[in-house]
Design a protein around this ligand. Structure first.
Ligand code: NAP
Ligand code: SF4
Length: 686
């Protein structure tokens, strides 16, 4: 819940002097260096878009952000991304949003992003410089002719003018990511021989013309940001020299700010997933900054104030763009200003509730903050009738419930049989590339203390204990038990449950079969094939593993560089009964990278297996009907989960009602997103 914005004497401002320094843009001023980066929430397309977007943004304004960039709005139908388009008729409802932001804090700026998706628009009328199908979509776009180009330029300009009429302080034009402007820039997607193609001068003509015309139409006192593909991660993509030339040209025709963007959607390098080191790409912005005079924005995996401050302090950029961290915690800036960093709900870069939802056509939210983009329908209103509530289980569901309910004023006692809070998070944090879960645990520890939850660790709550406690409500969040498939030999000493491996209670042998290839199977494979430190903690390791040359910036940053992944020092089979290759159910935006990593480490991935039995020889299988024996030393069971609700059933037998949450309620397809979401909804109304 946001409170009023920062004031000059807040103690954290001295700790983060670069972050809290205003930025003078000549005709206007940004109050600090933190931008809420553009990201579709899905609210843009709703009939009641205006009040919902207004509430979403105002919460971030009250949390101290300096400038907001909206999710991308198309300038015309062919560039459309779903229903997000700027019409004359939309000006009034956009005005509701901009007025709400400015009323909340007149010093905060809001810019509308103009996104023409080009060949990624996906419709039959999608347009592009050349009729080249993007790698990730089945549609060949229509090649723009001279009249078509003129129409696109006019539509970009019209969208900017409408944004100005709607009260925006500026626009951001996206010239990256594989959208229309980016496809003009790259030779592979721009094979024109007229003045809009050919050499780089010709290929950058269209993006530069877009900026020139917008500036001419909106006048000098309107923020105009251009997103350059500063390292597009494409084999044969832009060279550093071309990025510099583009940026200088954009500057010369009137851009106010350049925002650096990394990667195209079709690139095969992760740039925002949790396996990417924090602030991994800001050095690229830093190199470009030497060549332009206007301010530069950098982004990607900047998820804590100190990370942002360090980026600014070493001169990599003038501004930092935080998109997902603003979903995770709307009060990020305010908490930094008030030295309350331990209270920041840190974005763990999982993409599960934000970008994955976007690609699935669902409303975005946040795994660690289900209120994100749901500000009007999930409210944590202080209670007027405080209850005594027992919560059993301090995993994600129990923790989220306890902290939100206590934050509303209830008296919450949280029982945990283990000696620490966290539940499944304590397993997740051990997976290489998932170190950010430590931050979530730190957040919950702080929240438990701050909201005065009475935490009873190493206490196994029993039915008699709860009955004697005179609680008004009992919430059972006892989580899940790993499923143990009932096949002959399942109790053989070779067989081990994944949690024993992840917690270090057992060490797998040199040959390992993993039974089950869901999220946990993949995580376990990652864990047991990791050699040395995780690439997510070291930018050099990351660059080596994904074939990036940050220093010399060959075309796209990746051209001609072979990723160097160490083969695992054990042989691993990742198995599932379903036919086909494992990994299809992993997150849309991150699953491919997890899978590629394991493939590069030499992990065998088999679908369509039928487990027969385990014995001294190993794991006996039928693979497509053919008998096989994997002579493995260890069989790790990652075969899903069953609900653990013994306590709930015992209470029920005694006629004591309780609420079931998370995995204890339903273990199928359980993840932290659902657990926290369920907990938040119950805690909001109890
Ligand atoms: P899961 O995703 O349901 O996968 C369970 C796996 O076990 C499947 O491969 C399934 O495939 C197999 N299986 C199910 N019943 C079996 C049986 N009786 N015998 C043998 N194999 C069986 O469960 P999970 O991997 O434990 O993950 C739990 C939840 O956490 C999931 O929702 C998952 O998405 C989430 N999670 C997510 C991540 C992430 O990175 N986003 C990481 C970890 C966990 P077959 O039935 O085809 O054999
Ligand atoms: Fe960050 Fe995950 Fe929340 Fe997205 S869902 S904002 S990646 S924590």
């Amino acid at each position: 819940m946001g409170t009023k914005s920062t004031h000059a004497t807040a103690p954290g401002e001295a700790r983060y002097p670069h972050l809290f320094a205003p930025l003078d843009l000549g005709f206007t001023r940004l109050k600090n260096r933190v931008i809420m980066g553009s990201m579709h929430s899905g609210l843009e397309a709703l009939p009641d878009m205006a009040p919902r977007l207004a509430a979403y943004f105002v919460e971030r304004v009250n949390g101290g952000v300096g400038m907001i960039i909206t999710g991308g709005i198309a300038p015309n139908k062919e560039g459309g991304h779903g229903a997000y388009m700027m019409h004359e008729a939309d000006v009034a409802r956009h005005r509701i949003v901009t007025d709400a932001v400015h009323n909340a804090d007149p010093d905060v700026k809001i810019c509308m992003q103009i996104l023409h998706a080009g060949s990624l628009a996906g419709g039959a009328d999608a347009v592009a410089p050349s009729p080249i199908r993007p790698r990730i979509l089945p549609i060949v776009p229509i090649e723009l002719d001279e009249a078509g180009i003129e129409k696109q330029l006019a539509d970009f300009t019209r969208a900017a003018v409408l944004a100005q009429q709607a009260g925006y302080d500026g626009v951001e034009v996206i010239g990256s990511a594989g959208y229309l402007l980016a496809t003009f820039l790259v030779a592979r997607t721009n094979q024109r021989t007229d003045r809009w193609g050919g050499d780089f001068e010709g290929r950058m003509r269209f993006p530069v013309e877009v900026v020139r015309r917008i500036r001419a139409a909106v006048g000098p006192d309107f923020i105009l940001i251009f997103r350059v593909p500063a390292m597009d991660m494409l084999e044969g993509g832009l060279s550093q020299d071309e990025v510099i030339r583009l940026s200088q040209a954009i500057e010369s025709v009137g851009a106010t700010i350049i925002s650096t963007h990394f990667s195209w959607h079709e690139a095969q390098v992760p740039t925002i997933a949790t396996m990417v080191p924090r602030a991994a790409f800001t050095g690229v912005t830093g190199q470009l900054r030497r060549h332009v005079k206007i301010p530069l924005i950098t982004s990607n995996r900047i998820n804590m104030p100190q990370v942002a401050e360090d980026v600014l302090a070493r001169g990599d950029a003038d501004l930092v763009s935080l998109a997902r961290p603003m979903l995770a915690d709307p009060d990020f800036v305010l908490k930094a200003a008030q030295s309350r960093e331990a209270e920041i709900n840190t974005c763990i870069a999982c993409n599960q509730a934000c970008l994955d939802h976007g690609f699935e056509g669902k409303l975005a939210s946040c795994l660690v903050n289900p209120r994100a983009a749901h500000e009007l329908d999930l409210r944590y209103i202080p209670t007027t009738a405080a209850k005594r509530i027992a919560v059993v289980g301090a995993g994600p569901a129990g923790l989220a419930f306890a902290c939100i309910a206590a934050g509303r004023g209830h008296h919450v006692t949280l029982f945990e049989a283990g000696s620490e809070i966290g539940g499944q998070f304590n397993l997740a944090k051990r997976i290489p590339g998932k170190e950010e879960f430590h931050e979530t645990l730190r957040y919950f520890k702080t929240q438990v203390a701050r909201t005065s939850v009475e935490l009873r660790l190493s206490t196994r709550a029993s039915a008699p204990l709860l009955a004697a406690g005179d609680f008004d409500e009992i919430v059972i969040a006892t989580g899940v038990e790993p499923r143990k498939p009932q096949i002959p030999g399942i109790n053989h000493p070779k067989v081990v449950i994944y949690s024993d491996i992840l917690l270090g209670r057992r060490t797998p042998g040199r040959k390992v079969a993993i039974m089950g290839a869901g999220g946990v199977g993949f995580d376990t494979a990652q864990f047991i094939t990791q050699r040395g430190p995780s690439a997510s903690t070291d930018i050099h390791l990351f660059a080596r593993e994904w074939g990036i040359d940050f220093k010399h910036h060959p075309r796209g940053g990746v051209t001609g560089i072979v990723p160097q992944v160490d083969h695992a020092d054990r042989e691993v089979w990742l198995l599932q009964r379903k036919p086909g290759s494992p990994g299809k159910a992993l997150g849309r935006t991150t699953g491919w990278a997890h899978k590629l990593t394991l493939q590069r480490r030499g992990v065998h991935m088999w679908g369509g297996v039928d487990y027969r039995h385990v014995d001294d020889q190993g794991l006996h299988l039928l693979v497509d009907g053919e008998a096989r024996v994997l002579d493995v030393d260890t069989v790790i069971v990652c075969a899903g989960q069953e609900p653990e609700r013994t306590l709930h059933d015992e209470l029920a037998q005694q006629g004591i009602a309780s609420h079931l949450l998370g995995g204890a309620r339903d273990a199928a397809k359980l993840d932290a997103k659902r657990a926290i979401n369920e907990a938040a909804h119950l805690a909001a109304i109890i």
